[in-house]
Design a protein around this ligand. Structure first.
Ligand code: KIV
Ligand code: NA
Length: 266
């Protein structure tokens, strides 16, 4: 199979073909999603919540995310692997941003990095791109600035669309190959998508972006509790696994498992 490259993203936009993405944090799901033909896998800092059990994406460190990105990269044959730059690992300057991006590229075999922020992160994006590392931008609702944004709120509503457009252009002008639009009105996302020459990847951004991404644990029903409105669940894995664990425990305590066929003869 031919690997997905950043060029594929550009071609897809020009040909009007939608780009598909999911997060992944381990080699098992990465292999499955890759076989299913998902175009890119994001080793998101949402691993902070979904793997490490933090309640936001802020605490996860570069050292914690790198082994997960390596695991995903090791498993894919076709999908483009994008690794998130954790909170605090790039905002302090272009040297720090480049240093972190190099760590991901050298230690994980990811194909690109993603960082949050438009105008405010443009210098970092430019510096990383100049070093030959593809960058995916991320604007609109940016989870690493949850506290600064005053919680999990839709961005780019009303006059806010002007800031969204400024951020989108800043990311594109800095050389990013694509940009994630998170939790923005569908009409704003449509306008950004029409104005930009690089593809937009939506999450909670309506149907008119050039591609879509979802957090796999939400998408597959692995997370329990309230989900954002923009998530569509394609499986109920948490329930499936809970049922399996209960059945197993009942079999063990009831003496049903292991049976003869699971046991070795002398
Ligand atoms: O970390 C993540 O899962 C993300 C997606 C929501 C785009 O950044
Ligand atoms: Na993220």
């Amino acid at each position: 199979v031919k690997r997905v490259r950043t060029r594929h993203f550009q071609n897809a936009k020009q040909q009007g073909l939608k780009i598909t993405g999911l997060t992944s944090y381990d080699q098992l799901t990465a292999g499955i999603f890759d076989r299913a033909g998902i175009d890119f896998l994001l080793v998101g800092d949402s691993a902070g919540n979904n793997v490490l059990g933090y309640d936001t994406t802020l605490p996860i460190t570069v050292d914690e995310l790198i082994p997960l990105a390596r695991s995903v990269s090791n498993a894919v044959k076709r999908a483009l692997v994008v690794a998130d730059l954790p909170f605090g690992s790039y905002e302090t300057g272009t040297d720090d941003a480049l240093h972190t991006a190099f760590r991901f590229m050298k230690e994980t075999r990811a194909h690109a990095v993603k960082l949050e922020g438009g105008v405010r992160s443009a210098e970092q994006i430019r510096r990383i791109v100049e070093a030959g590392i593809p960058v995916m931008g991320h604007i609109g609702y940016t989870p690493q600035s949850e506290h600064g944004l005053g919680g999990h709120v839709v961005q780019g509503r009303g006059a806010g669309v002007e800031q969204l457009l400024a951020d989108a252009h800043a990311v594109q002008d800095a050389g990013a190959f694509a940009v994630v639009l998170e939790m923005v009105p569908a009409a704003a996302a449509k306008r950004v998508t029409e104005e930009l020459s690089i593809p937009t990847i939506g999450i909670g951004a309506g149907p008119d972006t050039d591609g879509q991404i979802l957090v796999w644990t939400d998408w597959a029903g692995m997370t329990t509790g309230r989900l954002p409105r923009f998530v569509k669940q394609y499986a109920q894995l948490a329930q499936t696994l809970e049922d399996a664990a209960r059945a197993y425990a009942a079999d063990v305590t009831g003496g049903v498992f292991p049976a003869a066929e699971h046991s070795f003869e002398d």
